[in-house]
Design a binder for this molecule. Structure first.
Ligand code: SF4
Length: 406
């Protein structure tokens, strides 16, 4: 299994697979082809279906110092991955030197015919069961396990991750206005944060503040702000919102938050290794479902729960996202994505509470849920895997069209 660095990438939104990945591919290609007069890029699958709304074309063009033409191919579906792109050089007016790239989620890419360019394996373990058995044998916590395998160098990296997450919350809370893309979605984080009522109950306040933080980060993501993938751009708000709220409420130190991030990264890495974190591959269960599971496990670590309880928390949080579709309206990472991050953040807190009360009674392992999510994702129609051709995306557009016709 690879480093948890692979899960946390600091970069600009709104989509790790549709902006960060293609931009990385283009940057590599441009540097390898100084002879090209210009470039031509063909986007396939989900990249073609939602690339315009996600800003894939703009992200690609920004990486080039020469002219770029983009083609959206929504016809060819026989692809090695749902997010496939071909990049060509234009030399003497002719297309040549094709490079086929798959944007596999979380900003990572695979280039056809080349080895895996990401980090090499640092964990011999591949499942939660293996990790749990090791930790129990050694008498260590999951965060200690991460430091053992990754080395202490991971700690300053996680401090950077945490600083960027907090900054995204701050920026989101201090910005108002309409998000770009044409849907006229208004930013709501600041409004939510300021809705204090004298007779507000502690639970209502918790929901409001956690949601305000989640909206803040998701709105930053939708507005091309700097965020941390956790595990993707679309699902980037769940983890920071619950950690920030709990730090303020319980005075956890930054070092305790770092331990929680280490555990969350481990859960995300397990999903990425054994299934997928790509909405185009498995729907939103792979993105927000994973994020919720990561957040719940992080809270378990923060509250010093035992390893079985942490597994249970992560499992509950994930299991109840199974089947969740990806149907962003107009291909923008706004509806349902922003609200969905907030709901998942509240759900992560519920899951860890439930795990605390019911630990010892579970029948489903985290490994089984990860496997189930992958199989479910493979069974989902492509309409529900980041193509914006089904679900809310389709019915909302139909409703608006029929409204215009009246
Ligand atoms: S619906 Fe979920 S998976 Fe799809 S773009 Fe939004 S956050 Fe990502």
């Amino acid at each position: 299994m690879k480093s948890i660095r692979d899960i946390y990438k600091i970069g600009k939104g709104p989509s790790s697979s549709h902006t960060m990945g293609p931009a990385k591919a283009m940057s590599i290609y441009v540097s390898e082809h100084p002879e090209a007069e210009a470039f031509h890029v063909v986007l396939f699958g989900s990249l073609a279906d939602t690339g315009e709304g996600h800003g894939t074309d703009k992200a690609i063009i920004m990486e080039s110092d020469r002219p770029v033409t983009i083609e959206f191919n929504v016809v060819d579906r026989d692809l090695p991955h749902e997010n496939t792109m071909d990049i060509y050089s234009i030399v003497n007016g002719e297309r040549c030197n094709k490079m086929r790239v798959m944007s596999v989620g979380g900003g990572d890419i695979r280039i056809e015919g080349r080895g895996d360019p990401t980090f090499s394996d640092v964990y011999p373990e591949k499942t939660f069961d293996e990790i749990s058995a090791f930790c129990k044998k050694e008498g260590i916590r999951l965060s200690d396990f991460v430091y053992l395998r990754e080395g202490q160098e991971i700690v300053p990296f996680l401090y950077d991750v945490w600083a960027t997450m907090k900054n995204a919350i701050h920026e989101g809370l201090t910005t108002s206005g309409i998000l770009p893309g044409g849907l006229e979605v208004e930013r709501k984080a600041q409004y939510l944060y300021n809705q204090r009522h004298i007779d507000e109950s502690p639970i209502t306040r918790e929901n409001r503040i956690v949601c305000a933080y989640a909206y803040a980060v998701s709105e930053q993501n939708a507005d091309n702000g700097t965020i941390v993938t956790a595990p993707t751009c679309g699902a980037c708000a769940v983890l920071p919102s619950v950690l920030k709220y709990m730090q303020e409420r319980h005075n956890f130190s930054d070092r305790q938050i770092i331990n929680a991030l280490a555990v969350a990264g481990l859960i995300g890495t397990l999903v990425k290794t054994n299934a997928s974190i790509s909405g185009a591959e498995c729907g939103c269960q792979a993105e927000v479902g994973t994020a919720c599971s990561m957040a719940s496990a992080a809270l378990g670590e923060l509250f010093e729960m035992g390893i079985n309880q942490i597994e249970y928390a992560a499992e509950i949080a994930f299991e109840h996202h199974l089947g969740l579709t990806c149907d962003p309206i107009c291909g923008l990472v706004q509806i349902p994505c922003i609200e969905r991050n907030a709901v998942a953040a509240m759900r992560a807190i519920n899951a860890v509470n439930l795990a605390n009360f019911l630990s010892g009674s579970r029948k489903i392992s985290l490994d089984l849920v990860i496997k189930t999510m992958y199989e479910t994702g493979k069974d989902l129609s492509h309409h529900y895997r980041e193509t914006s051709t089904g679900g809310l995306a389709k019915l909302y557009m139909n409703q608006n069209k029929s409204g215009e016709e009246k």
